[in-house]
Design a protein around this ligand. Structure first.
Ligand code: TRP
Ligand code: SF4
Length: 342
């Protein structure tokens, strides 16, 4: 379908679909970059959010031992942060195996050359040189991602910039399917998350691989310690030295968790009228106002893993009902099989 011809749906008529791999405990960087956006989209749209455990296998197929625990941990974090299963369908990707069948059908019409020129593919192949990653599953990642969103007739897909090439491929795959078999899938639009990039405790981007994260699983005492050890403006030696908040990680935390206090801090810092130790103490206190209740809630949820998996199963049931219908439409469009396959 031509984007210009495609009518943009609004509000609850518009379907938002997004997923994230179960990387383990959610940290402040994940929150600022993506999860906070997922939470606010729930107000306006019909949202489907899933834990992409099939996708986790593409890079971690050799080490799957922690997968279930990580799935429960991210589920607890999402719920504690405010993903609301009453309003939003929160589910597990692998509990909707129809996605895998749609991915297979899409793979039939996806040229390998499209997949090979995908920049994320090329990047990861060179980054993960110690892992045998030249697998069919990894090459076909965008096909699975296309199935993830097309199966719910997604209108909008919130993603970070790194995922744009994948989404573009999903659109091309949808177009190709529609061309051969008739209008079946709307082309999903990217909703570029202007995610705030939160620096970690060492000033680099907060990321598990840099070991510089503050996670919601961290107890309050350790959060405080981490903030007190954060790198600040290195040119400040004495309290009276004028500071540069724009290069300070602590100030970036203030911007995220202490918005109203920022103008005051900025002024005092530039004037050399506040010490970094005091500024960090304020920062930790403000951050903990947000972090501590989320931490407590996620710990409580994790103590009842059965309830967590029930919530995911409930969501998966809802997702699956829709996925079945879409898969039946796709099979019908291709004219494969004789039954509606319900
Ligand atoms: N590829 C995404 C990531 O690595 C996760 C993902 C899988 C996804 N399927 C999706 C995101 C569908 C949005 C829509 O972060
Ligand atoms: Fe950073 Fe605060 Fe120190 Fe300024 S006073 S450099 S904002 S920690």
């Amino acid at each position: 379908m031509d984007v210009t011809k495609q009518e943009m749906k609004k509000g609850k008529d518009a379907v938002v679909v997004s997923g994230a791999r179960p990387t383990g405990d959610i940290h402040l960087g994940n929150y600022a970059g993506a999860v906070s956006n997922w939470i606010s989209l729930q107000e306006e749209y019909t949202c489907f959010y899933f834990i992409a455990d099939y996708h986790a296998l593409t890079t971690s197929y050799q080490d799957t031992g922690g997968l279930r625990q990580k799935t429960l941990a991210v589920t607890a974090d999402y719920l504690a942060l405010g993903i609301d299963p009453e309003r939003t369908t929160l589910f597990l990707q692998s509990s909707v195996p129809e996605t895998a069948e749609l991915s297979l059908l899409l793979s039939m019409l996806t040229p390998v050359s499209w997949l090979e020129r995908n920049p994320s593919y090329k990047d990861l192949i060179s980054q993960l040189s110690n892992l045998e990653i030249r697998t069919l599953g990894f090459l076909g990642y965008p096909c699975l991602m296309a199935a993830d969103v097309l199966i719910y007739h997604a209108d909008l897909v919130p993603v970070g910039e790194d995922q744009l090439p994948h989404l573009e491929l999903a659109r091309e795959i949808a177009r190709r399917f529609n061309y051969y078999y008739g209008e079946t899938f709307p082309e999903p639009q990217a909703l570029l998350t202007r995610g705030r990039v939160l620096p970690g405790t060492d000033g680099r981007k907060m990321s598990k691989s840099y070991d510089n994260i503050i996670a919601f699983s961290d107890p309050p005492e350790s959060v405080k310690k981490k903030v007190m050890n954060m790198i600040t403006d290195p040119s400040r030696i004495r309290k009276t030295d004028p500071g540069h908040p724009e290069i300070c990680s602590v100030f970036a935390m203030h911007k995220e968790f202490n918005t109203s206090g920022c103008p005051g801090i900025e002024r005092l810092c530039r004037a050399g009228e506040i010490g970094c130790v005091d500024c960090k103490r304020d920062c930790a206190a403000k951050l903990l106002e947000f972090h501590a209740p989320v931490h407590e809630k996620r710990m409580d949820l994790l103590s009842r893993p059965g309830d967590l998996s029930d919530i995911l199963e409930q969501g998966s049931k809802t997702a699956r009902a829709l996925a079945r219908q879409t898969l039946a439409q796709a099979r019908e469009a291709i004219q494969i099989g004789f039954t509606a396959h319900e």
